[in-house]
Design a protein around this ligand. Structure first.
Ligand code: UD2
Ligand code: MN
Length: 576
């Protein structure tokens, strides 16, 4: 099973994702004063509280002398100001060896100060924003399994160095049964000396990040819980905008922009402020470009909170009471995966709001591979978690998930009755409501006529993506009835789609390719004539035809001619 990590796609991908020129690597000088030690916008607009500061929170006046100092650059040290670390040629072998321990360049991390300086990466307009003087306190919860010393403590130091002391209640480290000696007593002794109350909790046995976070949350004494991964770096001003937003509406769950700390060089790279979270048919979290609709709702203000359909999962703040009101986490989920989508759907469907706050930036080391074990097998665990999401939150759209693989259909979700009754108790809205109001651009189409195989009447073969990637020809092959590459949706927008790919023809007689769906008709618009059984391409007026003997691998576009080779059956609907 290929663990589909939502890694560097944060940065580079094709048109739908972030443009390279959007990545702002511009650096400015940090002038700190010394280090601290080691289409449905109208509906969306309704019913959401805005303005008016809630009185739920105990008053806490920010005093200037309480604020943590920012970190000054130590000239000559590797990685200062977020710069990349260069490894000397004679160290390359050691570097490769050490990389395997955590699936990032541990040697580079070990060379950088735990207090390294970073540039102030915020948008110009963020620096002058005023936040309420009364903000809630927060506890930081960081769970880890076999994390490296330097990444873990750099996370901790970046919190201490860049959070106003008056807002920072404590830092809670949850060790999820790590097997590294230095994470034992050595860690406890180290954190006992920190200038901010910090303590270590330990799960008795490996429980996975979800249950480890639940353990951490139980010990929170602040008013807001802020979760971070164990390999992050918080930047200047990261915390205030998160807390300020929760003050305005305690049902808002807020995420920073997650910048990229390179797993190779530990360079701090600012991510685009125009991406939000989505997901594909496999229920993998993915970053996508924010649609114009949401830009317009924010009056094109790039510093305004961005309503996101889903969150990446690792970095967010939530009012502590609200965290429990809304059902904390699904304890039936193991190790890694799925909890971020589960929480995203739950927040939106049950009356909350999920946002990315562009004035808050936190860096995270995105990796290509997971460094730790998945007891019982990666596939089993990840598919189990995803099945729980599908069963509880997706309604009929769970078919899209199950259609994608036999593995998904075979995996057991376990007992989800508690989560279903939570959904009832909270009177949560349907997945249809979510798609209509929060995520009309979803790859799981709001309205579709058909989901299943598309079979040629003459040859009895089926359209098949052949597992190919975008901009390649669509295939055709023996109908196997197992879903996967042979499942297509015919949507109300008249797309023929498989996950994020749409059948697309750029010219008459040209090939029929699979291209990222753009939801704008054009080359991706097909009309299924249920009587003639034609699949007619609107732009060229031509019909989809079976493959020929010369090229048996791909269907053709030809003038419509009533031949049987141009008849297509959309009959075996996918049903789970
Ligand atoms: C992303 C999230 C992560 C989580 C995950 C889906 C970000 C930046 N990261 O994956 O927080 O939502 O998607 O589940 O949004 N850990 C344990 N016990 C385990 C496994 C992991 O404590 O059994 C810790 C791990 O040490 C780390 C945190 O959980 O601190 C997240 O794990 P990850 O960094 O491997 O996840 P990531 O960033 O790939
Ligand atoms: Mn992580």
């Amino acid at each position: 099973y290929d663990l589909d990590m939502p890694n560097a796609e944060r940065l580079v991908d094709d048109n739908q994702l972030v443009d390279d020129n959007e990545i702002n690597t511009e650096k400015s000088l940090d002038t700190g004063d010394g280090g601290g030690g080691g289409g449905i916008a109208p509906i969306m607009g309704q019913g959401f509280a805005s303005g008016g500061i809630s009185m739920t929170y105990r008053s806490l006046v920010l005093k200037k002398w309480f604020q943590a100092p920012t970190v000054r650059e130590s000239k000559g040290k590797p990685g200062e100001m977020g710069k990349p670390v260069k490894i000397p040629a004679d160290m390359k072998e050691v570097m490769k060896e050490k990389f395997k321990e955590n699936q990032f360049n541990l040697l580079a991390s070990d060379m950088i100060s735990l207090n390294r300086s970073l540039t102030d990466v915020r948008h110009e307009n963020c620096r002058h924003k005023h936040y309420p003087s009364k903000l809630p306190t927060t506890s930081i919860v960081i769970v880890f399994h076999n994390e490296a010393w330097t990444t873990l403590l750099r996370t901790v130091w970046s919190v201490i160095n860049r959070s106003p002391r008056s807002l920072l209640k404590e830092i809670i480290l949850v060790d999820d049964a790590s097997e590294r000696d230095f994470l034992g007593k050595q860690l406890e002794d180290y954190v006992a000396k920190l200038p901010v109350r910090t303590f270590v909790l330990r799960t008795e046995k490996r429980s996975g990040l979800i249950r480890a976070r639940l353990l951490g949350a139980e010990h929170v004494s602040g008013e807001v819980i802020t979760f971070l991964d164990a390999h992050c770096e918080c930047t200047e001003g990261w915390l205030e905008p998160l807390l300020a937003r929760i003050v305005q509406n305690r049902r808002t769950v807020v995420c920073p922009i997650i910048d990229v700390i390179s797993d190779e060089t530990f360079e701090y790279i600012t991510a685009s402020d125009s991406t939000w979270g989505g997901f594909n048919w496999k229920l993998n979290f993915r970053w996508y470009r924010v649609p114009q609709r949401e830009m317009a709702r924010r009056n094109n203000d790039r510093t305004a909170p961005l309503r996101t359909p889903t969150m990446a999962g690792g970095l967010f703040s939530i009012d502590k009471d609200y965290f429990y009101e809304i059902g904390s986490y699904d304890e039936g989920m193991d190790i890694w995966g799925g909890e971020n989508l589960e929480m995203s759907f739950r927040i939106w469907q049950c009356g909350g709001i999920l946002e990315i706050i562009p004035c808050s930036h936190v860096g995270h080391v995105f990796r290509d591979k997971s460094p730790y074990t998945f007891p019982g097998g990666v596939a089993k665990i990840v598919l189990h978690n995803a099945a729980r999401v599908a069963e509880v939150w997706l309604d009929e759209w769970r078919d899209f998930y199950y259609a994608m693989s036999t593995g998904a259909r075979k995996a057991s979700a376990g007992d989800v009755s508690d989560r279903k009754s939570l959904r009832d108790r909270l009177k949560c809205k349907s997945f249809r409501w979510y798609l209509e109001n929060v995520y009309p651009e979803s790859l799981m189409p709001l309205d579709y006529y058909y989901l299943g195989e598309i079979r040629n009447a003459e040859t009895e073969t089926c359209l098949d993506t052949m597992g190919r990637k975008y901009n390649e020809k669509v295939g055709i092959s023996y109908c196997h009835g197992l879903g996967g590459n042979q499942v297509f949706a015919y949507t109300k927008r008249q797309q023929i789609m498989s996950d994020d790919l749409c059948l697309d023809a750029a010219s008459s007689n040209g090939p029929v390719n699979m291209v990222r769906c753009h939801n704008m008709g054009g080359n991706q618009e097909w009309v299924y004539d249920a009587e003639e059984k034609w699949i007619r391409h609107t732009n060229t007026g031509q019909c989809l035809q079976r493959a020929t003997r010369d090229d048996a691998s791909t269907p053709l576009l030809r003038p419509c001619d009533y031949s049987k080779g141009q008849q297509w059956l959309m009959e075996s609907k996918f049903k789970w």
